[in-house]
Design a protein around this ligand. Structure first.
Ligand SMILES: CCCCC/C=C\C/C=C\C/C=C\C/C=C\C/C=C\CCC(=O)SCCNC(=O)CCNC(=O)[C@H](O)C(C)(C)COP(=O)(O)OP(=O)(O)OC[C@H]1O[C@@H](n2cnc3c(N)ncnc32)[C@H](O)[C@@H]1OP(=O)(O)O
Ligand code: FAD
Length: 618
């Protein structure tokens, strides 16, 4: 392809087989980036050319039957043998079998494996190891390895998600993945080992970046153990845009279809209106259109933040790691929740035809919805963001200045909304900041009261986790609203575009308040009159957006080939496309289906059915 930018390459492949979830998906999305970001320069030199030219095809094997969320609980072991300078990989229990990794069952011949590192009798937590699982000659499974597919799933039918286990498999010491990232003061090319001044070992055995195991098995602690989680942060930062893409495509399909579909007389004897003229159809679809734009902007922001922070990490500055983790974890959860729920609403808005694969919507849904689970189960990710927000809250209460986007935390909560009939964007942002600040404080207060009441820290945490979840969700929602408003106010758009997009942005903010009214009104921040302003504004915005609705989805510029939808075709020829789709169905290639003779005929015409059939009837 010649495309070097991996996100671009991902979307290019998506165009070729939209939402088919490539059997090489994990090779591109996690195996290559893990080598890129977590292997030493020597290991990269050895593995990258092979992996980039498909001489190594791999996946990211971390999740096990018994553990996916709790990485520190993973049971696969990698025990260092100083005598042979090898790691012994083992799956000691049934629950330690790797389970779920994509492209694992039949496609990959290598994988990066997350395993608990043991050396000199001590455990050092999860580390990554390069493991060959199939022969490069005939693709046969190598000794000491069991691998296969996990069977049918909710979707992802083209991906051979698999299981994998090891029976004391030995791999060379050089296969522990550890690129050196904190070059810091020492130029990378001179860097042998961050901690290797005490005992030099040949560079090609370098186990750098966070940690090393010297030849005698001595383990050197990493600067931050969570650097080993780097590939997940990369994908979480990418998933936000992917969720936005899925929602945007569903909006294109459902809004174009709603402009073609006419149903029910608007008044006795009158013509049937476009269903897009029904206010209830606008109420369900237009906020999703606004959400798709908002999530696209959020996806750009978080991925750019990832690139910036990762660049700093590669220079040894880990300062922004916590903020990136909190942002990527929270937005990954928020975006996949919003997109999954939104795609389902788009499907329902298309009536019966929405339930047909011909609509293209089921395929988008089953491709986006696992994003609520993989790369960090959404609730768990939201709670990780909440963990960061609690730290920010206590720092704010100590009078410390907070970084960038969390400066709203700890603000004075006694003020009231400035909302007027006009519904200014600034008043919308203030409302979301107030709601998030209040929910962060409420969660912190809840934790404090439980601890003061004698609960241990972990009991208080669990006893506050619903409120912590609410606070994290409000934080992410604020981010998306504020990021959208900032984009509108950045004046980088033409005046006509700003007018249209301002309405879309306003609708995103107004609808979000009305759908979560309790959280905005609980402390009297909004008066009943101001809620009335918002309700009227929302209905007015529907009318305002209606004339541009199709243009707003056309602007996403997804070609028919990518949408794969009879309902969302650019030319609007929906019914002919549906009929052609039906006619092309494999079952329609013969007038009478073969099963008639075996199953129906004996019922309909038993007298003419053969004796064998009669017998079968007994
Ligand atoms: C440029 C290249 C792009 C390539 C891709 C291009 C495009 C892709 C586009 C879209 C993507 C589309 C599709 C997706 C593609 C592939 C995805 C397909 C399959 C999915 C693959 C997988 O699912 S891989 C397995 C994923 N598994 C997980 O995510 C497990 C989730 N669990 C965890 O992450 C951790 O267990 C945890 C964070 C929940 C807890 O970790 P733990 O070690 O227990 O830490 P704690 O004790 O809770 O916290 C301690 C401390 O650490 C901080 N921390 C935790 N994690 C991180 C982190 N990642 N970074 C930084 N800091 C972290 C945490 O905040 C705590 O800090 P404090 O003590 O200060 O509070
Ligand atoms: C389509 C698909 C592709 C995948 N691809 C890969 C892959 O390529 N490589 C790979 O390694 N893995 C892969 N996975 C596995 C995926 O990463 C895990 O399923 C995911 O991390 C969730 O972990 P789990 O399954 O253990 O869920 P669990 O953690 O068991 O979640 C079950 C429930 O428990 C709750 N829960 C768990 N812990 C907590 C907590 N601390 N606090 C509150 N609630 C909690 C969760 O919120 C959830 O509701 C894939 C999964 C899917 C569905």
């Amino acid at each position: 392809m010649g495309i070097t930018d991996m996100q671009e390459a991902f979307y290019y492949r998506e165009c070729a087989a939209a939402h088919e979830n490539s059997p090489l998906g994990l090779h591109y999305a996690m195996f290559l980036p893990t080598i890129n970001k977590q292997a030493t320069p020597e290991q990269k030199k050895k593995w990258l050319p092979l992996a980039e030219n498909y001489k190594m095809i791999g996946t990211y094997a971390q999740t096990e039957l018994g553990h996916g969320t709790f990485i520190r609980g993973l049971e696969t072991t990698a025990t260092y043998d100083p005598k042979t300078k090898e790691f012994i990989l083992d799956s000691p229990t049934l629950t330690s079998k790797k389970y779920w990794p994509g492209c694992l069952g039949k496609t990959s011949n290598h994988c990066v494996v997350m395993a608990q590192l043991y050396t000199q009798g001590k455990s050092h937590g999860p580390h990554m190891f390069m493991v060959q699982i199939r022969s490069m000659e005939d693709h046969s499974v190598l000794p000491g390895i069991e691998v296969g597919v996990i069977g049918n799933k909710f979707g992802y039918g083209t991906n051979d998600n698999g299981f994998l286990s090891f029976d004391k498999l030995r791999i060379p010491r050089e296969n522990m993945l550890m690129r050196y990232s904190q070059v810091g003061r020492i130029p990378r090319e001179n860097m042998l080992m961050r901690y290797s001044q005490v005992s030099r070992i040949p560079r090609e055995n370098m186990l750098m970046r966070y940690s090393q195991v010297h030849e005698d098995g001595t383990y050197v602690k990493p600067q931050n153990a969570k650097l080993a989680y780097g590939s997940m942060v990369l994908i979480r930062s990418s998933i936000v845009s992917d969720a936005a893409r899925g929602l945007a495509q569903a909006c294109v399909i459902s809004i174009r279809y709603s402009a073609v579909r006419r149903q029910t007389e608007a008044y006795p004897g009158g013509e049937e209106p476009q269903i897009l003229d029904y206010q209830t159809q606008q109420y369900r679809l237009f906020p999703l259109l606004a959400s798709a734009y908002s999530l696209q902007l959020a996806g750009k922001y978080v991925f750019n933040t990832y690139l910036e922070v990762n660049d700093q990490i590669e220079k040894g500055n880990l300062e922004s790691m916590p903020e990136l983790h909190a942002l990527s974890a929270g937005l990954k959860a928020f975006s996949t929740y919003e997109a999954s729920a939104g795609i389902e609403v788009c499907r329902i808005c298309c009536g019966g035809h929405g339930y047909s694969q011909a609509s293209g919507l089921p395929k988008i849904y089953v491709d986006v919805v696992p994003g609520c689970t993989y790369e960090g189960e959404n609730t768990v990710m939201m709670l990780q963001t909440a963990r960061y927000l609690m730290k920010c809250y206590s720092r704010a209460k100590q009078g410390q200045k907070l970084p960038g986007f969390v400066q709203y935390i700890g603000q004075n909560l006694n003020k009231k909304s400035c909302m007027s009939e006009e519904v200014a964007l600034g008043c919308l942002v203030m409302a979301y900041e107030h709601r998030a600040a209040r929910l962060v404080e409420a969660a912190a207060m809840r934790m404090q009261s439980l601890i003061q009441g004698g609960k241990k820290q972990h009991e208080a945490w669990n006893g506050s986790s619903v409120q912590l979840f609410w606070a994290a969700k409000a934080h992410c929602h604020l981010f998306c609203v504020k990021n959208f408003v900032d984009a509108i106010q950045a004046k980088s758009l033409s005046s006509k575009t700003v007018t249209v997009m301002k309405s879309v942005c306003q609708l995103y903010g107004v609808h979000g308040i009305l759908e979560n009214l309790g959280e905005f009104m609980q402390d009297g921040f909004f008066s009943g009159e101001q809620v009335g302003y918002l309700q009227r504004k929302m209905l007015a915005l529907f009318e305002n957006i209606r004339p541009n609705a199709v243009a707003l989805v056309d602007a996403f510029d997804y070609p028919d080939m990518v949408l794969g939808s009879c309902l969302g075709r650019y030319d609007g020829q929906v019914y002919q496309a549906l009929y052609d789709y039906a006619k092309s169905a494999p079952m329609n290639q013969t007038e009478i289906h073969s099963t008639y003779y075996k199953h129906l005929k004996p019922l309909i015409n038993p007298e003419t059915t053969s004796d064998a059939m009669q017998f079968a009837k007994l």
